[in-house]
Design a binder for this molecule. Structure first.
Ligand code: CUA
Length: 462
């Protein structure tokens, strides 16, 4: 039996019932007023009464009294269309007083306590707080992962500091955006998935101005901020030190060559003093190359043409060996266009430069003098006749020397060479106790030409 003053409610339900079970299986009575309903409950003796809960004509208390008074098994289903089709079923024989209370007092079934609904706003808040915490936790994990993955090589220049700071800023942004998308996507897939029996379409949303403004303004501010930080960063890496040392770099297919202006030295290995700004002036012999030492971070193109010399300032702040690479596709051997970069202390650098200069000199005496200086010979052997740790070089060549065993020898080329390579072999009388001071590895450190140059230098000190 269906009780409703609304013909659509009653007739619609009746149609559904007949379609489902057929006319024979279901006896349907349709009532539309209070008196009619009560009379029909007497005459039809229905098993189930479906009541339009939103219908004001049906007096709830009167209906309830009538329902409870009978003793034949009967069920009542209260259906509220305004409550989104929510329904509550009461059984005559099992009706509790509190259920009867709810039936009478609640304005809308959708809000009946049986549904145990949490107000949607609070529920949503809780959901967002939960997801927010997940996003923050995942962001921290992803950020830590990115930092610990050692994506960046060793930081070996002053200019690398702001660059790396900016990299870490990006890591943080990447970690946050990844987590934001990942958490909401996975949560939505689980929480809002289609459940068995759900065949309807999702809610149609045509727009949300607040949301659209938010996702326009936040990225706009972010992009502007990143651009500003980027510009500041660029300025920081280009700070000029007037004391900078110039190195002219030439790139070519496929080599690097480094010239130290004013010294006559050109090298295929890039030697640099630590903690000093180097001003690289870059050019190319043929096509475009790009000078890049990853540990120094910043790079610059080397362009062909004397009018297209590019500048790059770098301050190595860590000693060590690195590699300069070419970062611009320049032909078949582009990938192999690398040179050794050696960053050493200022003293070691000066020694290296002097040695290079000496090697570049055409005068063997001049080369020998530099070799004697940078290899430390002159700290023990004077050039003016003074006796220091070892005999003086002054007047040595061609002289007669008395050795520790009392024999006498002429200090000729052979004698001097042997003394350099094997200093313990023929010790000059009076220097026995100091013989161990002289290193024994000059035979390995110096080549034949360099030893010859040293002899020439000593020969010149008459
Ligand atoms: Cu030179 Cu790539």
């Amino acid at each position: 039996m269906i009780a409703s003053a609304n013909p659509l409610f009653g007739k619609g339900l009746q149609k559904i019932f007949i379609e489902r079970w057929g006319k024979q299986a279901v006896v349907v009575g349709l009532t539309s007023s209070m008196a009619e309903t009560l009379a029909a409950m007497e005459s039809l003796q229905p098993d189930l009464v479906i009541v339009d809960y939103d219908d004001k004509i049906l007096n709830r208390a009167e209906f309830l009294n009538h329902f409870m008074a009978g003793d034949r098994p009967m069920q009542v289903m209260l259906v509220s269309l305004r409550g989104g089709g929510a329904a509550v079923v009461y059984d005559r024989q099992a009706l509790t007083p509190s259920e009867a209370e709810d039936w009478l007092n609640l304005p809308n079934i959708a809000h009946a306590p049986a549904e145990k609904q949490i107000p949607p706003r609070r529920n949503e808040m809780r959901r967002f707080v939960f997801l927010g915490i997940l996003v923050i936790l995942l962001s921290i994990l992803v950020y830590a992962g990115l930092v610990n993955a050692r994506i960046l090589p060793v930081e070996a220049s002053l200019q690398a500091v702001p660059i790396d700071w900016f990299f870490h800023f990006h890591f943080a942004a990447i970690a946050f955006l990844f987590s934001l998308i990942f958490v909401f996507m996975v949560y939505s897939m689980i929480a809002f998935r289609r459940r068995p029996g759900e065949t309807g379409d999702g809610r149609h949303i045509s727009g949300n101005t607040r949301l659209e403004l938010t996702w326009t303004i936040i990225p706009l501010i972010t992009v502007l901020a990143v651009a500003t930080i980027g510009a500041q960063n660029l300025a920081e890496t280009r700070q000029i030190d007037p004391q900078a040392m110039v190195v002219n770099v030439t790139g070519g297919q496929w080599f690097w060559s480094f010239e130290y202006p004013g010294t006559g030295v050109t090298s295929s290995t890039l030697y640099l003093p630590v903690n000093k700004q180097i001003l690289f002036r870059l050019t190319s012999k043929d096509v475009i190359h790009s000078f890049w030492v990853p540990e120094f971070r910043i790079k610059q193109d080397a362009l062909p043409g004397a009018n297209l010399v590019r500048e790059l300032r770098l301050t190595p702040d860590q000693t060590g060996k690195f590699k300069v690479r070419c970062a611009e596709m320049c032909g078949v051997s582009h990938a192999y266009m690398e040179s050794l970069v050696v960053v050493v202390s200022q003293t070691e650098f000066s020694a290296w430069l002097q040695q290079q200069q000496a090697a570049a000199s055409k005068d063997p005496v001049a080369r020998g003098q530099v070799l004697a200086t940078v290899n430390g010979c002159l700290s023990c052997h004077s050039t003016d006749g003074t006796i220091k740790i070892g005999p003086s070089f002054k007047g040595l060549y061609g002289s007669q020397v008395i050795l520790s065993d009392g024999s006498t020898r002429t200090a000729d080329e052979n004698y001097i060479k042997t003394s350099i390579i094997d200093p313990r072999f023929q010790i000059v009388k009076g220097f026995e106790s100091k013989a161990n001071v002289m290193p024994t590895d000059f035979g390995k450190k110096l080549n034949d030409q360099q030893i010859q140059d040293l002899v020439e230098f000593i020969r010149s000190l008459r």
